[in-house]
Design a protein around this ligand. Structure first.
Ligand SMILES: [Zn+2]
Length: 389
């Protein structure tokens, strides 16, 4: 088993909370990696010595857990640059953008989708993301959804079945039949490849009652629930997520006081996706309000070709700090430990013995630079399961 000691770390973010420091920050620190796990973390002066140990001198740089991006849609065909350009030019564009990607995805071969998934995986890793979730939802037939779930499972264990992304055009006059399909045949084809079931509970997508049916059907097949909700306006998504015990409800842009109170009294994480508001020129969610109420907040990219075609977690941190009232420490926590909680994972997003050796070394003395130097590529080295990429 290979062992590596990363030493001379100027600032180590462990996310092992201490009173007054949720990020469990250590200075003049070291981390020992053994195989794919973290074996030890602490003061550099206390670091274990061993002859067979490879040593990496961090040179005073900051080291932190790899980012955990709990919400992406990176298995799809085509792109929608023209639609983005039209939106940014102020030209109204035809609705139904998701359906364009559905058509392009159905037309793409397995090889083409696999090639792109590998490309996105490289892109995520290069920016310090070491755990990411991938949703289906651009197939919307039994065979295409199963194909997307199977391909996604080749790059991540965090696969989400999102047959209930939108009602496809061919079912627009018989949506009940589509919901039946999502809850039955399509679910049975996808469940073997997935860990999660998700639904877009929003006006124009799926009603609260349809959403409840989809989640309940998924749970009956052993999938864990998560919800897209309260993105475009107030709605039932948050309360449904809490009632169903969902790990996370994502977007949370339009919340009532009751929604905030329900989240605060639950184990459901509020996952905020500021890349969407950035890319669509919409108002950002109010992270400060959620944090002050005691809600657990995560940040994720929502990387998708329509509303947020970025996979950059450092950008999410910068937006959360600049636009959403989060402190740099809160944003870094939300992009690492928060994402882990949104995926119900205790082995990532944290630096402690037994956790996965998924780490990022920044070319900066502190994690604050992630917000302080927006747009600058600060990722120096990424360790994935103990191996430097
Ligand atoms: Zn999404």
């Amino acid at each position: 088993m290979t062992a590596t000691l990363i030493t001379n770390i100027g600032e180590l973010t462990t996310n092992v909370a201490r009173p007054g420091d949720a990020l469990g920050t250590l200075h003049e620190a070291a981390v020992l990696l053994e195989g794919d796990r973290i074996a030890w973390a602490g003061a550099a002066s206390d670091a274990p010595h061993a002859d067979a140990l490879g040593t990496v001198d961090a040179g005073g740089r900051a080291v932190m857990p790899g980012f955990v991006d709990s919400h992406t849609h990176v298995v799809f065909g085509g792109d929608r640059a023209d639609e983005f350009e039209a939106r940014m030019t102020g030209t109204p564009y035809a609705a139904g953008g998701i359906r364009r990607t559905v058509a392009a995805t159905r037309a793409a071969s397995d090889e083409e989708l696999r090639r792109r998934l590998k490309g996105f995986t490289r892109e995520l890793h290069a920016q310090g993301t070491t755990t990411f979730e991938v949703k289906t939802g651009y197939g919307l037939t039994v065979d295409d959804e199963a194909r997307l779930a199977r391909l996604a499972a080749e790059v991540t264990p965090e696969v989400t079945y999102l047959g209930a992304h939108v009602v496809p055009a061919e079912y627009s006059e018989r949506r009940d039949e589509y919901v039946d399909l999502v809850c039955d045949e399509m679910l049975r084809a996808c469940a073997p490849h997935a860990r999660w079931v998700d639904v877009f509970c929003e006006r124009g997508a799926f009603t609260p009652e349809e959403s409840r049916r989809v989640l309940a059907a998924g749970m009956a097949h052993g999938l864990l629930p998560r919800v897209h909700g309260n993105q475009l306006g107030p709605g039932e998504g948050v309360r449904l997520a809490v009632a169903m015990g969902a790990a996370s409800v994502d977007h949370c842009t339009y919340l009532s006081d009751d929604d905030v109170a329900a989240l605060a009294g639950s184990s459901t994480v509020a996952t905020l996706l500021p890349g969407v508001e950035f890319s669509t020129r919409q108002p950002y969610p109010d992270a400060r309000r959620l944090l002050d109420a005691g809600v657990t907040v995560a940040l994720a990219s929502d990387c998708n070709p329509g509303s947020s075609f970025t996979s950059s977690m450092p950008l999410m941190i910068a937006l959360a700090v600049r636009e959403m009232g989060m402190t740099p420490a809160e944003a870094v926590w939300a992009a690492t430990a928060g994402g882990a909680q949104a995926l119900r994972r205790t082995d990532v997003g944290v630096v402690r013995p037994g956790a996965r050796a998924d780490l990022v070394m920044l070319d900066a003395p502190t994690r604050v630079h992630l917000a302080y130097r927006p747009g600058v590529p600060l990722v120096h080295t990424v360790w994935l399961g103990g191996t430097p990429l």
